[in-house]
Design a protein around this ligand. Structure first.
Ligand code: NAD
Length: 497
């Protein structure tokens, strides 16, 4: 791996503390960082290098997945960290930053390879990219890369505008858009796992009846009211994570691992989705918002009574969608997606239902979180799950041994220059294109906002969406106690050959 300077905007923020520093530390311990590595943390507050280093150490103590106890290792790791004051709007701060970066590169005698990680609000992306360009920070003999976190735009037009601005400073090959779902080992391997669980021939001959993708959260809006009330489930989850999951599941062939191969396959899938017209959105989409209800922790307030949310907010905290692809392999298989907050169970799960005569069904279940596993469940009665059998989990082998955290995987890939598991602009644009009529339908109030009780599985209309086609959401264990349901991985899966 080439030596690199990691320039971190938002170095005092939540994401840096909870995810970025622990991931870098783990990579360091696993000897997956460049031998000459330097990090320059940026923030508005005045901090000494020592205070910054000790803040980073504290975040490792709080959030690292491996024990942080060897003082010599920590010291060696923290030696790479420097702090610099920068206000994203102040041009002179970028000139000062350039000097600091160059000094460090000289000190370490390394070629300028610079990774600019924007762990700040999306409203700053354009300004920072422009200033990197204009200050000369982006003029390097080695490589330069820009890492940004979703959201990439607010709708199709704003996403295009942002991308155009970013492209004035970085070309597409240099932009790494993090969708952390793509960093999850299970998501990266989904194509292969699907085909190792069932051979290609078997997949075709069994003939899939439907696919369901659920990402259910038990949490409410928490402290993110300002952002979430303008985003909703559709922008926060659906346009990015959920459509990425769909793409990763449906890219046809196993053993695809380079960006050149995965990218076009993903684009083919998203392009194959039948477009919606805003007047028809109501037939394909269910929009919901949580009301008061009961979850594991007890009674909780409804969305519009949450701190920072307007009492008349029409924002969506739940979306269920029925999609249809024109791709020859997937056509005629309804694709159902749902995601929401304050639901009964915390789980991210894909269920593939196979066509069988009569009431018995074969299911292929891919659990992405909180546990990971892939299961084949044979001849499951539509009405009830059979009792008494122990769940059997297939062993999941990880592509990158020892890497289990999405941020470790993605930061490592970005340092290596491997863009396979980052969102390409074409995918982002195509996703916004598909979602845009839904945003317009929401805006023009062309479909109702259904209030569902916190601690439920969402609005009943989401059940009706599937019932119309003769399906139901699998494993909505409506009778489970809240304690059972929130643990995830509730259903009993049988591996029965
Ligand atoms: P945060 O509010 O905790 O931190 C933001 C950082 O930006 C702080 O370090 C702050 O000092 C800095 N900042 C703000 N205004 C600035 C200015 N004018 N000049 C210089 N620095 C400025 O936010 P966060 O939770 O760390 O999120 C950062 C980004 O990551 C956001 O885009 C968010 O959407 C995204 N994200 C966060 C999480 C998470 O778990 N926190 C998860 C996914 C994506």
């Amino acid at each position: 791996m080439k030596p690199a300077t990691f320039v971190l905007f938002g170095a005092t923020g939540d994401l840096a503390k909870r995810k970025i520093y622990p991931a870098l530390y783990q990579l360091f311990v696993d000897q997956k960082l460049p031998s000459s590595f330097s990090l320059i943390g940026l923030g508005r507050r005045e901090l000494s290098h020592e205070t910054f280093q000790s803040n980073v150490e504290q975040s490792l103590l709080n959030f690292s997945r491996s024990e942080v106890k060897d003082a010599a290792v920590i010291k060696k790791f923290l030696r790479a960290f420097r702090y610099q004051v920068l206000d994203v709007e102040r041009k002179e701060d970028y000139t000062k930053l350039l000097r600091v970066v160059e000094e460090r590169e000289e000190e370490l005698n390394i070629t300028p390879n610079r990774m600019f990680y924007l762990s700040v609000g999306p409203e700053f992306f354009e300004t920072i990219a422009t200033n990197i360009h204009e200050s000369g920070l982006g003029s390097v003999d080695g490589w330069k890369r820009l890492v940004i976190e979703k959201p990439f735009g607010h709708d199709l037009e704003s996403a295009r505008h942002l991308n155009q601005k970013l492209n004035q400073a970085f070309d597409e090959t240099e932009i790494y858009r993090i969708d952390h779902y793509l960093g999850k080992p299970m998501v990266q391997q989904m194509g292969q796992l699907l085909h190792s669980a069932l051979s290609e021939q078997e997949l075709r001959s069994r003939s899939m009846a439907s696919i369901q993708i659920s990402a259910n959260e038990t949490l409410g809006v928490e402290e993110r009211a300002g952002y979430y009330d303008h985003a909703g489930a559709i922008r926060d989850m659906f346009q990015n994570h959920m459509l990425q999951l769909l793409m990763m599941l449906t890219i046809e062939l196993p053993n695809r691992s380079s960006v050149e191969e995965v990218g076009p396959l993903k684009r083919k899938i998203i392009k194959s989705l039948q477009p919606l017209h805003k007047m028809d959105v109501k037939h394909h989409i269910v929009r919901g918002q949580y009301g008061a209800g009961e979850i594991k922790e007890g009674q909780v307030v409804g969305y519009t009574n949450e701190p920072g949310i307007a009492s008349d907010s029409q924002n969506d905290t739940f979306i269920a969608a029925r999609l249809q692809s024109n791709d020859p392999f997937w056509k005629d298989i309804p694709l159902y997606i749902r995601t929401g907050k304050r639901l009964k169970e915390k789980v991210t799960r894909i269920v593939i239902e196979f066509k069988l005569e009569g009431p018995l069904k074969d299911l292929l279940i891919i659990e992405i979180g909180p546990n990971e596993g892939i299961f084949f469940q044979k001849s499951q009665s539509v009405q009830e799950h059979s009792e008494g059998e122990l769940p059997i989990r297939n062993q999941v082998s990880f592509l990158k041994e020892g890497v289990t955290d999405a941020y470790e995987s993605l930061i490592y890939d970005a340092l290596m220059g491997d863009k396979t598991y980052f969102a390409h602009w074409d995918e982002v644009e195509l996703s916004w294109e598909w979602v845009q009529p839904i945003l317009e339908a929401y805006q023009e109030n062309l479909l109702p906002l259904h209030i569902y009780p916190a601690g439920s599985f969402g609005p009943l209309e989401a059940d009706e969406l599937l019932a119309r086609d003769g399906f139901h959401w699998w494993f909505d264990n409506k009778n489970a106690s809240n304690d059972e349901a929130t643990q995830g991985n509730v259903p009993t899966y049988h591996y029965n050959t």
